[in-house]
Design a protein around this ligand. Structure first.
Ligand code: ADP
Ligand code: 5GP
Length: 189
């Protein structure tokens, strides 16, 4: 996997990872998003193979058994994982592959691919994180509560990452991410 660049983007649910990644992908054709497999039900408007590969629990377990996943984790009652075929495809196309994943998966990637660049996205405040989770209007109160519990644990681990970016003003956060990626290019890591 050394031939390509692997970029891990982590941060609490609702912090704006998906929003940031979509903007980055629109602006930089060099970037490629690894589409994850999940057992979560699709949200309204989510498209198969674009947002996720939506699979049953038994299919997910089969993929784990077969060694098809580069990492996987349980999050708020569902399973999520990164299929190797996405990584291979992106790297085969000479692109920089972005994994938008939670903390446990990011730790597995650090162990398996130590060369990966790991970035943690922070909210400007706890109140704003809660507001964003609710304003998305896509998760039940139970799902939001589970995500907030997990968010506390994740934020405490932000220091494990190579870079921390606060997503307050979206444009400022995007610029910071772009500058981090350029720095990596310049240093040839
Ligand atoms: P995540 O992928 O981290 O769960 P999303 O990208 O779905 O988060 O964003 C959660 C909500 O916050 C969405 O409604 C999104 O429009 C909003 N959001 C994202 N970034 C910002 C920002 N910088 N300022 C205000 N709202 C934002
Ligand atoms: P959501 O249900 O909001 O789409 O995602 C919940 C959490 O799962 C988010 O923190 C998201 O980054 C994470 N996630 C999405 N795909 C993967 C994956 O393939 N592996 C891991 N470990 N986490 C993922």
């Amino acid at each position: 996997m050394k031939s390509g660049k692997l970029i891990v983007l982590t941060g609490p649910s609702g912090v704006g990872k998906g929003t940031l990644v979509r903007s980055l992908l629109n602006r930089h054709p060099k970037l490629y998003l690894s589409v994850s497999v999940t057992t979560r039900e699709p949200r309204e408007g989510e498209i198969e193979a674009q947002h996720y590969y939506f699979v049953s629990r038994s299919r997910f377990e089969q993929m784990v058994e077969a060694g098809d996943l580069a990492e996987w984790a349980q999050f708020a009652g569902n399973f999520y994982g990164t299929p190797y075929f996405g990584l291979k495809q992106g790297i085969g196309e000479g692109k920089w592959v972005i994994l938008e994943i939670e903390l446990e998966g990011a730790r597995q990637i650090r162990n398996n691919f130590p060369e990966a660049l790991r970035i943690f996205i922070l909210p400007p405040s706890w109140e704003e994180l809660e507001r964003r989770l609710r304003s998305r209007g896509q998760d039940s109160e139970t799902a939001i509560a589970r995500r907030l519990v997990r968010a506390k644990e994740e934020i405490e681990a932000a220091g494990e990452f190579d870079f921390q970016v606060v997503n307050d003003d979206l444009e400022v956060a995007l610029k910071k991410l772009e500058s981090i990626l350029n720095l990596v290019e310049l240093s040839g890591n």
